[in-house]
Ligand binder design. Structure first.
Ligand SMILES: Cc1cc2nc3c(=O)[nH]c(=O)nc-3n(C[C@H](O)[C@H](O)[C@H](O)COP(=O)(O)OP(=O)(O)OC[C@H]3O[C@@H](n4cnc5c(N)ncnc54)[C@H](O)[C@@H]3O)c2cc1C
Length: 518
């Protein structure tokens, strides 16, 4: 196949890579972005969902806090469609060091994180399920962020300026000529075809996998400490505000309301393999106990699903066995000219989803510097496609829209309020038969039924629309079910067993999925 030629090859389609592609396209670069899977299928789509105010870091990592609050203010403006402005509380529970609250308030003042102490009674009025024994409460500008909307908004912004986005294209080799990186070889995961991308500059934004890419470029010693964390989605919005425990960051201390569910997280365990998604029963039990500390009765809600993500924590100088919680959440740009004598190649890693824009800006500034050019960054004011002329997402807005035209359109997913016309529009736009890709675009099957009711319908619609064979439709359905099951079986207890049994009957009893030809 003829090689692609570009100014800038970006490896990795998470928030960082998509941010780099958008930033560079705005500065007039021709861009190709490749990801081994769908966009945001790495850590960006497996995170906790929090647009940090910075409060979490004010005591332990003030620089990270300063970056977070600065970016929080910008991202709300440029990516409103991806944000729900829930606000956030930091609350002192009986398990937290009471002295931490004053250090927290001082840290917020020192780092510029907006913070107001409010009476406990006020916090409990706003969040009646909160533990009534909390002793202090602070309000901060936390929010939730839909990573898929954000990352696809960035990708579409790059595409509108000529950028090419190649999903399911894995980098299998990085090309070097002497001391210069000249591009990469990518393999299409769906067809097996290989393609060379020739690039004037290559940015490695492969997150927790960045060291593999650096090794392919012949660069040793890029040390990523992958930190694995679990999160559990509960079947209700137990709170409407992000609730953090007011203590030094630890496990299970944040509860984030996201659309119809709330998500408790997280842990931080060193792993050698960024593709390690092991969930330990002890971690699940401890996480549910932590939920009880914030919201008594937490465990009586139904745990829908558990998943893990792997933090790309970078630290050059740390010794083996570092506790990943002690590694800074700040980001790092590795300019491989300075570091390794290798030109036309940069690695951007570390950081948080909240700070993706700043990371991208620093990376593209470094690209310009290597090329000896000055091209100013404009992403602090460039509104993403989908976010122009609109405010943040409001809970219930899908229902409100639906109720205006109640009888006009079939409802395919009751949990996430997805109408048939919207589903068909996204199926056409994504041009994929992979129902998991559709899930990420619309949150299809992510609510309390976990696909039990909507996925048979969605498969039928996909089948009819695309003129697929029944074997292909069956394969799409089975692929989706296998993927969902991975997150359901580790938390099968109580009411979730009943729901899983019901779903099983729908799939086995009605469709006999185990014997579908496919
Ligand atoms: C448990 C957990 C909870 C978190 N919660 C929050 C939070 O609430 N708020 C927040 O701001 N941050 C949070 N973070 C941090 C945040 O999620 C990450 O810092 C951020 O998503 C990293 O984005 P990225 O684009 O750098 O990496 P990724 O999103 O992982 O993107 C890297 C991409 O590279 C691709 N790739 C890998 N190898 C190859 C290859 N050979 N060829 C092509 N592509 C390749 C991968 O498929 C992947 O899509 C959390 C992290 C974890 C682990």
């Amino acid at each position: 196949m003829a090689p692609l030629s570009t100014d800038l090859l970006v490896i990795g389609g998470g928030a960082t890579g998509a941010g780099v592609a958008f930033d560079a396209a705005l500065r007039g670069f021709d861009v190709v972005l490749v990801d081994r899977a769908d966009l945001a299928e790495g850590t960006s789509g497996r995170f906790h969902g929090l647009l940090h105010s910075g409060g979490r870091y004010v005591v332990k990592d003030p620089n990270a806090a300063i970056e977070c609050i600065g970016e929080n203010r910008i991202v709300r403006e440029i990516a409103a469609d991806a944000i729900e402005d829930t606000g956030g509380f930091f609350v002192s529970t009986p398990w937290d060091d009471p002295a931490y609250a004053d250090r927290f308030a001082q840290g917020c003042a020192d780092t510029g994180v907006d913070c107001e102490e409010i009476p406990v009674a006020q916090a409990l009025r706003e969040e009646p399920r909160l533990n009534p024994d909390i002793s202090r409460a602070f309000r901060v500008p936390d929010a939730n962020v839909d990573a898929w909307k954000l990352v696809w908004g960035l990708a579409r912004g790059a595409q509108e300026r000529g950028g090419r986005i190649l999903t399911y294209h894995e980098v299998v080799g990085v090309h070097r000529e002497g001391d210069e990186v000249t591009g990469a070889r990518v393999r299409d995961a769906r067809t097996g075809d290989e393609l060379d991308v020739e690039a004037a500059m290559t940015v490695n934004a492969a997150g927790a996998w960045a060291h593999h890419i650096a090794e392919m470029a012949g660069i040793e010693g890029v040390r990523i400490l992958p930190g694995r964390g679990i999160m559990i989605a509960m079947n209700h919005r137990l709170v409407n505000t992000v609730v953090n425990r007011c203590q030094s960051p630890t496990d299970g201390d944040i509860l984030v309301p996201i659309r119809t569910v709330s998500v408790i997280g997280t842990t931080d365990v060193h792993t050698d393999d960024p593709d390690d998604h092991t969930v330990l029963q002890d971690e699940v039990d401890a996480m549910l106990d932590d939920g009880e500390k914030l919201v008594p009765g937490f465990k009586r809600a139904r745990a829908l699903r558990v998943w893990t993500g792997v933090r790309p924590l970078f630290e050059d100088a740390k010794e083996e066995g570092t506790d990943t919680r002690d590694v800074t959440r700040a980001h790092a740009i590795l300019d491989h000219v300075e570091r390794d004598g290798v030109k036309r190649f940069l690695t951007i890693t570390g950081g948080k989803l909240t700070t993706y824009r700043l990371m991208a800006k620093d990376a593209v500034d470094a690209v310009c510097a290597q090329r000896g050019e000055t091209r100013p960054c404009t992403t602090s004011t460039a509104v993403l496609p989908g976010s122009a002329d609109r405010g943040p997402y409001l809970l219930g807005e899908r229902l409100e829209r639906k109720e205006e035209h109640l009888r006009d359109d079939q409802l395919v997913c009751e949990c996430e309020m997805i109408a048939r016309s919207k589903l068909e529009e996204v199926m056409r736009r994504r041009a994929t038969t992979n129902l998991d890709d559709i899930r990420r675009s619309l949150r299809l099957g992510m609510g309390p039924c976990q696909g039990g009711f909507c996925i048979p319908r969605a498969t039928g619609i996909l089948h009819a629309m695309n003129g697929m064979s029944h074997e292909e439709a069956n394969a799409s359905l089975l692929g989706f079910l296998r993927e969902r099951w991975k997150g359901v079986w580790p938390i099968l207890y109580g009411d979730q067993v009943r729901q899983a049994r019901l779903d099983d009957w729908i799939f086995q009893g009605v469709l006999d999925v185990e014997h579908l030809p496919g």
